[in-house]
Design a protein around this ligand. Structure first.
Ligand SMILES: Nc1ncnc2c1ncn2[C@@H]1O[C@H](COP(=O)(O)OP(=O)(O)OP(=O)(O)O)[C@@H](O)[C@H]1O
Ligand SMILES: [Mg+2]
Length: 242
């Protein structure tokens, strides 16, 4: 049984079909990359899975249970955590408190939540910043805090929406390393990225969206040479380089 199953999911905004009959299966332990041009519907799909939007048609099943239309906090309790394309930390709260918010989704007492948050902050490399206000951090640090907040909910599936966008080369390398470590913990990862040199090597499988539809799905090397994908997204220059 797949960990995540998206069946025939459609999401419309007025006349615009942002997700058009999407079918996806993700197995436990996989890293699956989602790519496609701007406006293809990647974030919308994440929002439908995570309960921020209710799909107009179709269903989302997680660990064998239908979760379609569940509000975000219920989806989170089932084991799906996510980060946001435009980083969203609680700016006026400390780094530690930000991550405790995640921990509280499962651990009701403050001491337990603090312990969990400290453990996750150490894991992502942000422990030394625990007492700083999250709003004052650089983007790279904010993104790590956001990832820590997601991990503190003890997810089985972590969805990362452009976790690497806007990072410099060194920060990118660290983020890629962290994603590898998250997977080694046994957490399944579904990620959106535009940086091909990042998403191709870390993904087991890639799904390509264009105008709300899946136009290709396969191993990274298959996707890199797929004519439809080159036309819609990667471009001829990518083919020449690869
Ligand atoms: N809340 C909304 N209301 C109306 N239209 C929306 C809404 N959210 C997204 N859209 C539209 O749906 C389409 C898909 O947007 P989405 O943000 O999912 O794309 P994306 O693949 O994540 O793009 P990007 O790579 O730029 O992040 C776009 O045309 C967008 O303008
Ligand atoms: Mg997006």
């Amino acid at each position: 049984m797949p960990l995540l199953e998206v069946n025939n999911l459609t999401k419309r905004f007025g006349g615009l079909v942002a997700n058009d009959r999407i079918n996806i299966e993700i197995e436990e332990g996989e890293i699956v990359g989602l790519i496609g041009p701007n406006g293809a519907g990647k974030t919308t799909l994440f929002n439908c899975i995570a309960g921020f939007y209710t799909p107009d048609e179709g269903s989302v099943c997680f660990a064998g249970e239908e979760i379609t239309g569940f509000p975000p906090e219920r989806v989170c309790k089932r084991g799906i955590a996510r980060t946001f394309q435009l980083v969203r930390v609680f700016k006026g709260m400390t780094v530690l408190d930000n991550v405790m918010v995640g921990a509280f989704s499962r651990i009701p007492d403050a001491d337990g939540a603090r312990e969990k948050a400290l453990e996750v902050l150490e894991f992502v490399g942000e422990l030394e910043n625990k007492d700083l206000l999250a709003g004052g951090l650089t983007v790279a640090h904010k993104k790590r805090v956001e990832m820590a907040r997601a991990l503190a909910t003890d997810p089985r599936l972590l969805m990362l929406d452009e976790a690497i966008a806007g990072l410099n080369p060194k920060e990118t390398e660290e983020a890629v390393e962290l994603i590898g470590e998250i997977r080694r913990k046994g957490i399944t990862i579904f990620l959106v990225e535009h940086v091909m040199s990042v998403i191709m090597p870390i993904s087991d499988r890639i799904i390509v969206l264009d105008y709300g539809k899946i136009i290709a799905e396969g191993l990274p090397q298959e996707i890199a040479t797929n004519e439809k994908v080159i036309k819609a997204y990667l471009g001829e220059r990518y083919r020449a380089a690869s």
